[in-house]
Design a protein around this ligand. Structure first.
Ligand code: PLP
Length: 449
């Protein structure tokens, strides 16, 4: 029997602008996810395929990818270990909604490499898993309230989709932010269980716990706040988070959707030396396949049904294609020298990038931890950004101009808070990227003068 291959030849013939016009007839806003619109090009950056450090546009032009699937493709695109794992799942018949030995093996491997991961359960996206993690934290503590930091993003579920990018005139005072709903349709009651605190402010954190501590189920945080660019915790701050949680009987809940496997095999908890009670791993975990893990200490995780009373189930939980991909990704990340090479590339790239910024005279602050970085245009290159309020006053028009300049020169950036490269970007790829970055900065510099 000959197999028909699915094709969309009529759409292939359209220009990007025509394709976007067609998209707007059938997809709200012309996109499948809000964040896919790239404001620098006025529509999504349409990608025909990816390979290694490159994505290719619909005309076959290659771009060095500095978005890498918003951080998911840490092994680059089309990595042979990941495609082989997916093929293995296809050969098994795309078995779905069933248990196999592969989920057990993946959970066991995580327990060996991620400090808090005594047990695990897998679902498809960071949003979904954070939603379940929050319910679990509430079930395990018998409390409802949540403390989160301003500028930290934890996906789109109703209880958590607050105050990750609030307009400053609606965000309340700097020391006591007002929970700002990031979408229409979130019930007002959802904010009543939420306390928003500025990041890296020990006094504000202590004050929030002093006021609400006995009712707080969890302190939820990005241990490195990539969703405001790249804001690391100040020395001792995460340790303080651990201490106040212990003092008030609340759970410390790390959202490691972005940090997992990026800042080291054991993620941010290993990097920072603080073990949370619960964590969610995502993005690089599946190396491009949709999977996320809720991991945590046994006494917390055992509250999940059927062991306990907190519900977490679904047809697509722990889908085999993604489970096998994640297992293959962990094997790659575990290879000797993997992080040493990544660190060496970071040093090479970010040293050169800083020199370019200095030479260009453009006011832009660069911050990175590992291969993911934030750029803050219009802000003093020497002045560290330590919280959302500082990040929020950056010059977005300059970021747009920069992204446009890079795309024109064959480097793909998304207009997003954070950017980054993968483990398969070579020094030559990074050199090419630096050349384009230099050109884009020169354009901005010329425009200013
Ligand atoms: C820190 C963090 N948490 C949660 C999410 C949501 O994950 P997903 O996009 O897989 O739903 C993201 C996604 O960008 C994230 O950066």
């Amino acid at each position: 029997m000959t197999m028909m291959r699915y094709s969309n030849d009529a759409l292939l013939a359209l220009t990007d602008a025509e394709l976007f016009a067609e998209a707007q007839r059938y997809l709200p806003g012309g996109v499948s996810a809000t964040a896919r619109r790239n404001a620098a090009v006025g529509h999504p950056f349409y990608i025909a395929r990816g390979d290694g450090a490159h994505v290719y546009d619909r005309d076959g032009r290659p771009y060095i990818d500095l978005c890498i699937s918003h951080g998911a493709s840490l092994l680059g695109h089309n990595h042979p270990a990941i495609t082989a794992a997916v093929r293995q799942a296809l050969d098994l018949g795309i078995v779905c909604a069933a248990e196999t030995e592969h989920q057990i093996a993946l959970a066991k491997r995580l327990s060996e490499i991620v400090l808090c991961a005594e047990m695990a359960r897998f679902s498809s996206s960071g949003t979904e898993t954070m939603m379940h993690g929050l319910r679990l934290a509430r079930a395990a503590t018998g409390r409802d309230k949540i403390i989160k930091f301003e500028g930290h993003f934890h996906g789109y579920s109703d209880f958590l989709n607050f105050s990750w990018a609030p307009p400053l005139d609606k965000a309340g005072s700097e020391r006591q932010p007002i929970p700002y709903p990031e979408s229409a349709g979130i019930p007002a009651q959802a904010s009543q269980t939420l306390i928003v605190v500025p990041f890296n402010d020990p006094d504000a954190l202590e004050a929030a716990f002093a006021a609400h501590g006995g009712e707080v189920a969890a302190l939820v945080m990005e241990p490195i706040n990539y969703d405001s660019g790249c804001i690391p915790p100040k020395p001792g701050f995460v340790q303080l988070c651990r201490q106040v949680c212990d003092r008030y009987g609340a759970l410390l809940f790390f959202d490691e959707v972005l940090t997992a496997f990026r800042v080291g095999l054991g993620g941010a908890q290993q990097y920072l030396g603080v073990t949370p009670d619960l964590a969610v791993l995502g993005k690089a975990f599946g190396a491009g396949m949709p999977i996320s893990a809720l991991v945590g200490k046994r006494e917390v995780m055992m509250h999940l049904r059927p062991a306990g009373e907190a519900e977490m189930s679904g047809t697509y939980l722990a889908h085999l294609t993604a489970v096998l991909a994640a297992s293959a990704a962990l094997e790659e990340y575990s290879r000797p020298g993997f992080y040493e090479q990544l660190d060496a590339r970071c040093e090479y790239f970010f040293d050169a990038f800083r020199q370019l910024i200095e030479r260009s005279g453009v006011k832009v602050r660069l911050q990175h931890v590992g291969p993911r970085f934030g750029l803050y245009f219009g802000l003093d290159p020497q002045m560290p950004i330590t919280n959302y309020r500082q990040a929020a006053v950056q010059d977005r028009a300059q970021l747009l101009a920069f992204v446009r300049g890079c795309i024109e020169r064959g480097i793909y950036f998304h207009v997003a808070a954070h950017h980054g490269f993968s483990a398969v970007h070579t020094e030559a790829d990074l050199d090419r990227a630096l050349e384009a970055i230099e050109g884009a900065l020169e354009d901005i510099s010329a425009f200013r003068t």
